[in-house]
Ligand binder design. Structure first.
Ligand code: X2X
Length: 337
C-alpha cells in the first residue's frame, strides 16, 4: 500500500489504539511476574513451563501473567538466587546443589552414585527425602513447589579423551557448577574442578579454560555442547534436578485460590517435563554421535570406590548430619560409603 498523507494519518491514529489494546492486556494482569531459568529455550523445561504459564493465565482469568526468561537472560544462577530472594524475580528454577550455597542440606539429593536409577529417584524426591529438603528450603524464607523438575543423570564430556576409570579424572580440568558438593566430589577424584556458572560454560570449553564438564544428555544436546566437546563418557555419577522456587512476598500477595491454580499447573508441568527428559535421554545418544561425539560406558565401580577411599561419603554424612543421611540411605536403598 502506497503511503500518502491520509494513510500516514490513519496509521498514526491507530497506534495509540493498538498500544492501548496490547497494554490493556498487560494491565488486566493483577500479578505480572517473572520466571528465570538457565536452560535453552528448546529444553523440555521451557516447553512445559510455557504451557503452564499459558494455562495459569487462562485459569486465573488473566489475573496472573508470568513471563519466562530462559537461558540466563536475566543473569547467572548465583545472581538469580539473590534476585528471587529479594523479589527481583518472582520465580526461579535451580539445582539443589547450587541452592546449597544458601540451604546447606539441599544438595543431599546429589551425592555421587547415590541413586541407582529413576526407580529410586522419584519415590525419593516425591517422598520423604524431597519433603525433608523442601522443609530445609522453606527455612530460608523461599517458597518451593512440591514437584522437583528433572535435570537428569549427569555424564562427563571432554575435549581431550574418554574417561574410562577414576584415574582418568586425575588432573582433569573440569568445569563444575558453583556448589561445595560438586567441588568436593571432583577434588576427591583428584581432578582440577573450576566453579563456573552455566552461562559461561560453552565459552570456557571453546577457549580451553577447562577441558571438560558434566551434564545430563538433554543439556549436552540443547546447549549444543557437542560443538565444543569430543568425548562423552556415561558415568551417571549423580542425579540432578531443579526446584521451582518462588519469592515469598510475591507468592503471598496472590490470594489462596490463585496460588492453588499456579501451584497445580507448575507441578503438573514438572511431571510432564520429567517424561520429556526421559524420552530425550533415551534418544539423544544417537544425535550426539551423529554430531561426532565419541561415546564410552565406563565401569563406574572404581569411581565410587575412589570416593569412599577419599572419605567423600564420610565427609558429607558429617556435613548433613546422621538424621538426613539416614533419610538418604533409606531412599536409595543402600548404605553409602
Ligand atoms: O549448571 C549446570 O551444569 C546445570 C545447567 O546442569 C545446572 O543448572 C546444575
Amino acid at each position: 500500500m502506497r503511503m500518502n498523507r491520509r494513510t500516514l494519518m490513519l496509521g498514526a491514529a491507530a497506534l495509540p489504539l493498538v498500544s492501548t489494546i496490547r497494554h490493556a492486556g498487560a494491565q488486566a494482569a493483577e500479578f505480572n511476574y517473572k520466571y528465570a531459568n538457565n536452560l535453552p529455550l528448546t529444553h523440555p523445561m521451557n516447553v512445559r513451563a510455557q504451557e503452564a504459564v499459558d494455562n495459569i493465565r487462562e485459569e486465573t482469568g488473566g489475573r496472573v501473567a508470568i513471563q519466562i526468561f530462559p537461558s540466563n537472560q536475566l543473569g547467572a544462577d548465583t545472581d538469580m538466587l539473590s534476585q528471587v530472594r529479594s523479589g527481583g524475580v518472582e520465580f526461579f528454577t535451580l539445582s539443589p546443589l547450587i541452592l546449597s550455597t544458601l540451604v546447606a542440606n539441599a544438595s543431599i539429593s546429589g551425592i555421587g552414585f547415590a541413586f541407582p536409577g529413576y526407580d529410586q529417584v522419584w519415590p525419593a524426591m516425591d517422598g520423604e527425602l524431597g519433603a525433608y529438603v523442601r522443609g530445609e528450603i522453606e527455612k530460608s524464607n523461599l517458597v518451593v513447589m512440591e514437584n522437583i523438575w528433572d535435570n537428569g543423570f549427569r555424564q562427563i564430556t571432554s575435549s581431550v579423551g574418554p574417561i574410562n576409570t577414576a584415574d582418568d579424572l586425575k588432573g582433569f580440568k573440569i568445569r563444575v557448577p558453583v556448589s561445595p558438593l560438586w567441588t568436593s566430589m571432583f577434588s576427591a577424584f583428584e581432578s582440577a574442578p573450576a566453579s563456573i556458572n552455566f552461562a559461561e560454560v560453552y565459552s570456557a570449553l571453546q577457549t580451553g579454560i577447562v577441558d571438560g564438564q558434566e551434564n545430563p544428555l538433554a543439556i549436552i544436546s540443547t546447549a549444543k555442547l557437542y560443538e565444543v566437546q569430543k568425548y562423552l563418557s556415561f558415568t551417571n555419577h549423580m542425579w540432578d534436578g531443579f526446584w521451582f522456587l518462588a519469592n515469598k512476598r510475591a507468592w503471598e500477595r496472590m490470594p489462596e485460590d490463585v496460588r492453588e491454580i499456579v501451584a497445580k499447573n507448575i507441578n503438573e508441568a514438572a511431571v510432564k517435563e520429567r517424561e520429556d527428559v526421559a524420552a530425550l535421554n533415551a534418544t539423544v545418544r544417537g544425535e550426539l554421535e551423529g554430531h561426532g561425539m565419541i561415546v564410552n560406558e565406563p565401569d563406574t565401580s572404581t569411581f565410587r570406590q575412589k570416593l569412599a577411599d577419599a572419605g567423600f561419603y564420610a565427609e558429607w554424612k558429617k556435613n548433613y548430619g546422621d538424621d538426613a543421611w539416614a533419610i538418604l540411605e533409606k531412599a536409595v536403598g543402600s548404605s553409602l560409603g
